[in-house]
Ligand binder design. Sequence first.
Ligand code: PLP
Length: 358
Amino acid sequence: MYKKLFIPGPTDVDPRVLEKMATPMIGHRTKEATELQKSISEKMQKLMYTDDTILLSTSSGTGLMEGSIRSCTRKRAAVFSVGAFGNRWHQLATANNVPADIFKSEPGQPTTPEMVDEVLKTGKYDVVTVTHNETSSGVVNPCKEIGDVIRKYDDVLYLVDAVSSLGGDKVEVDAWGIDCCITSTQKCLALPPGLSLCSISDRALKAAEQVENRGYYLDILRLYKRVAKDFQYPSTPSLSHMFALDYQLDRIMEEGPENRFARHKKLADKVRAWALKHFGLFAAEGYRSNTVTCISTPPGFVFSEQLSKPMLERGYRLGGGYGDFKSTTFRIATMGELQEETLDEVIAAMNEILGLEA
Ligand SMILES: *Cc1c(COP(=O)(O)O)cnc(C)c1O
Protein backbone atom coordinates (compact mmCIF):
# COMPACT_ATOMS: atom_id res chain seq x y z
CA MET A 1 0.00 0.00 0.00
CA TYR A 2 1.12 3.53 -0.78
CA LYS A 3 2.17 5.52 2.30
CA LYS A 4 2.32 9.30 2.55
CA LEU A 5 5.94 10.19 3.19
CA PHE A 6 7.08 12.22 6.18
CA ILE A 7 10.65 10.97 5.94
CA PRO A 8 13.39 13.46 5.02
CA GLY A 9 13.74 12.09 1.50
CA PRO A 10 12.55 10.75 -0.75
CA THR A 11 9.54 13.01 -0.50
CA ASP A 12 6.23 12.61 -2.29
CA VAL A 13 6.32 13.58 -5.95
CA ASP A 14 3.42 15.35 -7.65
CA PRO A 15 1.82 13.00 -10.21
CA ARG A 16 2.33 15.57 -12.99
CA VAL A 17 6.05 15.63 -12.22
CA LEU A 18 6.16 11.83 -12.17
CA GLU A 19 4.55 11.84 -15.59
CA LYS A 20 7.38 13.96 -16.98
CA MET A 21 9.77 11.13 -16.10
CA ALA A 22 8.01 9.20 -18.87
CA THR A 23 8.80 11.79 -21.57
CA PRO A 24 10.03 10.06 -24.77
CA MET A 25 13.83 10.01 -25.05
CA ILE A 26 15.92 12.48 -27.01
CA GLY A 27 19.55 12.19 -28.08
CA HIS A 28 21.88 13.45 -25.37
CA ARG A 29 24.06 15.18 -27.94
CA THR A 30 21.26 17.13 -29.56
CA LYS A 31 20.29 20.76 -29.48
CA GLU A 32 17.26 19.74 -27.38
CA ALA A 33 19.55 18.27 -24.72
CA THR A 34 21.53 21.51 -24.65
CA GLU A 35 18.34 23.55 -24.31
CA LEU A 36 17.07 21.31 -21.52
CA GLN A 37 20.24 21.55 -19.44
CA LYS A 38 20.49 25.29 -20.04
CA SER A 39 16.90 25.82 -18.96
CA ILE A 40 17.46 23.81 -15.74
CA SER A 41 20.66 25.73 -15.01
CA GLU A 42 19.01 29.14 -15.37
CA LYS A 43 16.18 28.21 -13.03
CA MET A 44 18.55 26.61 -10.51
CA GLN A 45 20.64 29.80 -10.47
CA LYS A 46 17.52 31.67 -9.38
CA LEU A 47 16.67 29.13 -6.70
CA MET A 48 20.27 29.21 -5.42
CA TYR A 49 20.63 33.00 -5.66
CA THR A 50 23.80 32.70 -7.72
CA ASP A 51 25.43 33.61 -11.02
CA ASP A 52 27.80 30.64 -10.73
CA THR A 53 27.71 27.75 -13.16
CA ILE A 54 25.37 24.88 -12.29
CA LEU A 55 26.68 21.33 -12.67
CA LEU A 56 24.48 18.25 -12.92
CA SER A 57 25.49 14.77 -11.89
CA THR A 58 23.68 11.53 -12.54
CA SER A 59 24.29 10.41 -8.97
CA SER A 60 22.63 11.20 -5.69
CA GLY A 61 23.99 14.11 -3.64
CA THR A 62 26.77 12.04 -2.09
CA GLY A 63 28.35 11.84 -5.56
CA LEU A 64 28.88 15.59 -5.80
CA MET A 65 30.06 15.71 -2.18
CA GLU A 66 32.72 13.16 -3.14
CA GLY A 67 33.57 14.94 -6.40
CA SER A 68 33.82 18.38 -4.84
CA ILE A 69 35.97 17.54 -1.83
CA ARG A 70 38.31 15.50 -4.00
CA SER A 71 38.50 18.03 -6.84
CA CYS A 72 38.91 21.14 -4.67
CA THR A 73 41.25 20.16 -1.83
CA ARG A 74 44.85 21.07 -2.63
CA LYS A 75 46.21 21.04 0.91
CA ARG A 76 43.79 19.84 3.58
CA ALA A 77 40.07 19.98 4.25
CA ALA A 78 38.47 21.09 7.52
CA VAL A 79 35.23 19.14 7.90
CA PHE A 80 32.71 20.60 10.35
CA SER A 81 30.16 18.06 11.48
CA VAL A 82 26.94 18.24 13.46
CA GLY A 83 25.79 14.72 12.67
CA ALA A 84 25.84 11.78 10.29
CA PHE A 85 25.94 13.78 7.06
CA GLY A 86 28.72 16.00 8.34
CA ASN A 87 30.67 12.84 9.20
CA ARG A 88 30.07 11.65 5.64
CA TRP A 89 32.30 14.43 4.23
CA HIS A 90 35.15 13.06 6.33
CA GLN A 91 34.51 9.49 5.21
CA LEU A 92 34.53 10.65 1.59
CA ALA A 93 37.78 12.54 2.04
CA THR A 94 39.48 9.58 3.70
CA ALA A 95 38.24 7.11 1.08
CA ASN A 96 39.70 9.34 -1.65
CA ASN A 97 43.05 9.95 0.03
CA VAL A 98 42.17 13.58 0.61
CA PRO A 99 43.85 14.91 3.78
CA ALA A 100 41.11 16.08 6.16
CA ASP A 101 40.34 16.71 9.82
CA ILE A 102 36.91 16.62 11.41
CA PHE A 103 35.56 19.11 13.97
CA LYS A 104 32.38 18.04 15.73
CA SER A 105 29.89 20.06 17.73
CA GLU A 106 28.02 18.81 20.80
CA PRO A 107 24.83 16.89 19.93
CA GLY A 108 22.07 19.30 18.85
CA GLN A 109 24.47 22.22 18.61
CA PRO A 110 25.53 24.00 15.39
CA THR A 111 28.90 24.65 13.82
CA THR A 112 29.76 28.18 14.90
CA PRO A 113 31.63 30.90 12.99
CA GLU A 114 34.03 31.09 15.96
CA MET A 115 34.90 27.39 15.62
CA VAL A 116 35.62 27.87 11.94
CA ASP A 117 37.76 30.94 12.60
CA GLU A 118 39.83 29.10 15.24
CA VAL A 119 40.48 26.23 12.86
CA LEU A 120 41.33 28.41 9.84
CA LYS A 121 43.75 30.51 11.92
CA THR A 122 46.13 27.55 11.91
CA GLY A 123 46.68 28.10 8.17
CA LYS A 124 46.55 24.34 7.58
CA TYR A 125 43.37 24.23 5.49
CA ASP A 126 42.22 25.35 2.06
CA VAL A 127 38.73 23.78 2.09
CA VAL A 128 35.91 24.01 4.63
CA THR A 129 32.87 21.75 4.44
CA VAL A 130 29.65 22.51 6.29
CA THR A 131 26.27 20.80 6.34
CA HIS A 132 23.66 23.52 5.93
CA ASN A 133 20.77 21.44 7.21
CA GLU A 134 21.84 18.33 9.14
CA THR A 135 19.08 15.84 8.41
CA SER A 136 20.06 13.48 11.22
CA SER A 137 19.78 16.07 14.00
CA GLY A 138 17.46 18.72 12.58
CA VAL A 139 20.14 21.38 13.10
CA VAL A 140 20.46 24.23 10.63
CA ASN A 141 23.88 25.86 10.62
CA PRO A 142 24.55 29.61 10.41
CA CYS A 143 26.03 29.35 6.92
CA LYS A 144 25.92 33.07 6.19
CA GLU A 145 27.95 33.93 9.30
CA ILE A 146 30.35 31.06 8.63
CA GLY A 147 30.78 32.42 5.09
CA ASP A 148 31.69 35.84 6.52
CA VAL A 149 34.54 34.19 8.45
CA ILE A 150 35.80 32.15 5.51
CA ARG A 151 35.90 35.27 3.33
CA LYS A 152 38.77 36.57 5.49
CA TYR A 153 40.96 33.71 4.29
CA ASP A 154 41.98 34.15 0.65
CA ASP A 155 42.70 30.59 -0.37
CA VAL A 156 39.96 28.78 1.49
CA LEU A 157 37.03 27.31 -0.43
CA TYR A 158 33.60 26.89 1.12
CA LEU A 159 31.72 23.68 0.24
CA VAL A 160 28.17 23.36 1.52
CA ASP A 161 25.91 20.32 1.67
CA ALA A 162 22.43 21.77 1.17
CA VAL A 163 20.90 18.43 0.17
CA SER A 164 17.97 18.66 2.60
CA SER A 165 17.39 22.42 2.45
CA LEU A 166 17.88 23.77 -1.05
CA GLY A 167 14.50 24.60 -2.51
CA GLY A 168 12.91 24.35 0.94
CA ASP A 169 14.79 27.02 2.85
CA LYS A 170 16.68 30.04 1.61
CA VAL A 171 20.29 29.38 0.63
CA GLU A 172 21.95 32.44 -0.87
CA VAL A 173 25.02 31.05 -2.57
CA ASP A 174 26.61 34.31 -3.75
CA ALA A 175 25.74 36.44 -0.71
CA TRP A 176 27.03 33.77 1.66
CA GLY A 177 30.25 33.26 -0.31
CA ILE A 178 29.67 29.57 -1.05
CA ASP A 179 32.01 28.07 -3.67
CA CYS A 180 30.17 24.81 -4.15
CA CYS A 181 26.61 24.26 -2.96
CA ILE A 182 25.22 20.76 -3.39
CA THR A 183 21.73 19.37 -3.51
CA SER A 184 19.89 16.35 -4.83
CA THR A 185 16.47 15.84 -6.35
CA GLN A 186 14.64 13.67 -3.82
CA LYS A 187 14.30 16.06 -0.89
CA CYS A 188 13.07 19.66 -1.07
CA LEU A 189 12.92 19.60 -4.87
CA ALA A 190 10.40 16.74 -4.60
CA LEU A 191 11.54 14.59 -7.52
CA PRO A 192 12.54 10.93 -7.62
CA PRO A 193 16.11 10.22 -6.42
CA GLY A 194 18.96 9.86 -8.90
CA LEU A 195 20.19 13.30 -9.90
CA SER A 196 22.21 15.88 -8.01
CA LEU A 197 23.23 19.45 -8.74
CA CYS A 198 25.75 21.96 -7.49
CA SER A 199 26.87 25.51 -8.06
CA ILE A 200 30.56 26.00 -8.69
CA SER A 201 32.54 29.24 -8.35
CA ASP A 202 35.41 30.37 -10.56
CA ARG A 203 37.70 30.20 -7.52
CA ALA A 204 36.77 26.56 -7.01
CA LEU A 205 37.44 25.77 -10.68
CA LYS A 206 40.86 27.46 -10.49
CA ALA A 207 41.65 25.44 -7.38
CA ALA A 208 40.60 22.22 -9.11
CA GLU A 209 43.08 22.92 -11.92
CA GLN A 210 45.83 22.56 -9.33
CA VAL A 211 44.61 19.17 -8.12
CA GLU A 212 46.22 16.33 -9.98
CA ASN A 213 43.95 13.41 -9.13
CA ARG A 214 40.35 14.49 -9.33
CA GLY A 215 38.96 11.09 -10.25
CA TYR A 216 37.00 10.78 -13.47
CA TYR A 217 33.21 10.47 -13.31
CA LEU A 218 32.83 13.00 -10.49
CA ASP A 219 35.66 15.30 -11.57
CA ILE A 220 34.16 18.77 -11.08
CA LEU A 221 36.39 20.32 -13.73
CA ARG A 222 35.41 17.74 -16.30
CA LEU A 223 31.70 18.29 -15.58
CA TYR A 224 32.31 22.03 -15.89
CA LYS A 225 34.18 21.87 -19.19
CA ARG A 226 31.30 20.12 -20.90
CA VAL A 227 28.81 22.71 -19.58
CA ALA A 228 31.08 25.53 -20.73
CA LYS A 229 31.35 23.95 -24.17
CA ASP A 230 27.70 23.24 -24.98
CA PHE A 231 25.59 22.83 -21.82
CA GLN A 232 25.76 19.08 -22.01
CA TYR A 233 26.90 16.26 -19.77
CA PRO A 234 30.21 14.38 -20.32
CA SER A 235 28.44 10.99 -20.37
CA THR A 236 24.78 10.05 -20.80
CA PRO A 237 22.71 11.87 -18.18
CA SER A 238 19.38 10.81 -16.70
CA LEU A 239 17.33 12.70 -19.25
CA SER A 240 14.15 11.51 -17.52
CA HIS A 241 15.13 13.37 -14.35
CA MET A 242 16.04 16.39 -16.39
CA PHE A 243 12.61 16.57 -18.07
CA ALA A 244 10.94 16.26 -14.67
CA LEU A 245 13.27 18.76 -12.98
CA ASP A 246 12.81 21.39 -15.66
CA TYR A 247 9.05 21.13 -15.18
CA GLN A 248 9.24 21.01 -11.38
CA LEU A 249 11.38 24.15 -11.31
CA ASP A 250 8.61 25.93 -13.22
CA ARG A 251 6.16 24.80 -10.57
CA ILE A 252 8.49 26.01 -7.79
CA MET A 253 8.85 29.40 -9.50
CA GLU A 254 5.09 29.55 -9.87
CA GLU A 255 4.59 28.99 -6.14
CA GLY A 256 7.44 31.46 -5.55
CA PRO A 257 10.57 30.36 -3.67
CA GLU A 258 9.84 32.73 -0.77
CA ASN A 259 6.30 31.35 -0.45
CA ARG A 260 7.65 27.83 -0.54
CA PHE A 261 10.15 28.57 2.24
CA ALA A 262 7.38 30.24 4.29
CA ARG A 263 5.11 27.23 3.80
CA HIS A 264 7.79 24.91 5.17
CA LYS A 265 8.48 27.22 8.10
CA LYS A 266 4.82 27.32 9.02
CA LEU A 267 4.60 23.52 8.89
CA ALA A 268 7.79 23.15 10.93
CA ASP A 269 6.45 25.63 13.51
CA LYS A 270 3.43 23.39 13.89
CA VAL A 271 5.53 20.24 14.31
CA ARG A 272 7.79 22.02 16.79
CA ALA A 273 4.86 23.23 18.88
CA TRP A 274 3.47 19.69 18.97
CA ALA A 275 6.86 18.19 19.83
CA LEU A 276 7.56 20.68 22.61
CA LYS A 277 4.20 19.91 24.19
CA HIS A 278 4.62 16.15 24.18
CA PHE A 279 8.29 15.29 23.67
CA GLY A 280 11.32 17.53 23.16
CA LEU A 281 13.36 19.03 20.36
CA PHE A 282 16.83 17.72 19.70
CA ALA A 283 18.25 20.81 18.00
CA ALA A 284 19.22 23.82 20.09
CA GLU A 285 16.89 26.82 19.96
CA GLY A 286 17.79 29.22 17.17
CA TYR A 287 19.22 26.40 15.05
CA ARG A 288 16.12 24.40 14.24
CA SER A 289 15.53 23.27 10.68
CA ASN A 290 12.37 24.21 8.83
CA THR A 291 12.55 21.15 6.59
CA VAL A 292 13.08 18.37 9.13
CA THR A 293 12.29 18.28 12.84
CA CYS A 294 14.19 15.89 15.05
CA ILE A 295 12.13 14.97 18.10
CA SER A 296 13.73 13.61 21.29
CA THR A 297 11.96 10.72 22.94
CA PRO A 298 12.00 9.72 26.61
CA PRO A 299 13.95 6.65 27.81
CA GLY A 300 11.98 3.48 27.12
CA PHE A 301 10.00 4.93 24.21
CA VAL A 302 10.23 2.52 21.29
CA PHE A 303 9.42 4.56 18.19
CA SER A 304 9.21 1.63 15.81
CA GLU A 305 6.55 -0.18 17.88
CA GLN A 306 4.76 2.65 19.65
CA LEU A 307 4.44 5.13 16.81
CA SER A 308 5.92 4.11 13.48
CA LYS A 309 4.04 0.84 13.09
CA PRO A 310 0.56 2.14 13.93
CA MET A 311 1.19 5.18 11.70
CA LEU A 312 2.15 2.89 8.81
CA GLU A 313 -1.11 1.04 9.32
CA ARG A 314 -2.87 4.37 8.81
CA GLY A 315 -0.84 5.11 5.68
CA TYR A 316 1.85 7.48 6.97
CA ARG A 317 5.59 6.86 7.00
CA LEU A 318 7.43 8.88 9.67
CA GLY A 319 11.21 9.14 9.87
CA GLY A 320 13.06 7.16 12.51
CA GLY A 321 16.21 8.37 14.23
CA TYR A 322 19.45 8.32 12.25
CA GLY A 323 23.08 7.62 13.04
CA ASP A 324 24.10 8.23 16.66
CA PHE A 325 20.62 9.54 17.49
CA LYS A 326 18.78 6.49 16.16
CA SER A 327 17.27 5.18 19.38
CA THR A 328 16.60 8.52 21.10
CA THR A 329 14.88 10.53 18.39
CA PHE A 330 12.46 10.35 15.49
CA ARG A 331 11.97 12.78 12.61
CA ILE A 332 9.16 14.47 10.75
CA ALA A 333 10.00 16.14 7.46
CA THR A 334 8.16 19.24 6.28
CA MET A 335 9.63 19.62 2.81
CA GLY A 336 8.61 19.25 -0.81
CA GLU A 337 4.92 19.25 -1.66
CA LEU A 338 3.55 18.87 1.87
CA GLN A 339 0.44 20.94 2.62
CA GLU A 340 -0.95 21.91 6.00
CA GLU A 341 -4.06 19.74 5.85
CA THR A 342 -1.92 16.62 5.39
CA LEU A 343 0.26 17.57 8.34
CA ASP A 344 -2.88 18.12 10.42
CA GLU A 345 -4.01 14.59 9.56
CA VAL A 346 -0.66 13.25 10.74
CA ILE A 347 -0.73 15.16 14.01
CA ALA A 348 -4.28 14.00 14.69
CA ALA A 349 -3.28 10.38 14.00
CA MET A 350 -0.24 10.63 16.29
CA ASN A 351 -2.38 12.12 19.07
CA GLU A 352 -4.86 9.31 18.73
CA ILE A 353 -2.20 6.59 18.77
CA LEU A 354 -0.32 8.08 21.71
CA GLY A 355 -3.48 8.99 23.63
CA LEU A 356 -2.55 12.67 23.67
CA GLU A 357 -4.85 15.66 23.84
CA ALA A 358 -5.10 17.64 20.62
C1 PLP B 1 20.11 12.91 2.12
C2 PLP B 1 21.30 13.70 2.49
C3 PLP B 1 22.55 13.44 1.94
C4 PLP B 1 22.77 12.30 1.02
O1 PLP B 1 22.23 12.61 -0.19
P1 PLP B 1 21.98 11.44 -1.28
O2 PLP B 1 21.28 12.23 -2.33
O3 PLP B 1 21.15 10.42 -0.60
O4 PLP B 1 23.30 10.95 -1.68
C5 PLP B 1 23.61 14.25 2.26
N1 PLP B 1 23.46 15.27 3.12
C6 PLP B 1 22.28 15.55 3.69
C7 PLP B 1 22.19 16.70 4.63
C8 PLP B 1 21.17 14.77 3.39
O5 PLP B 1 19.99 15.05 3.96
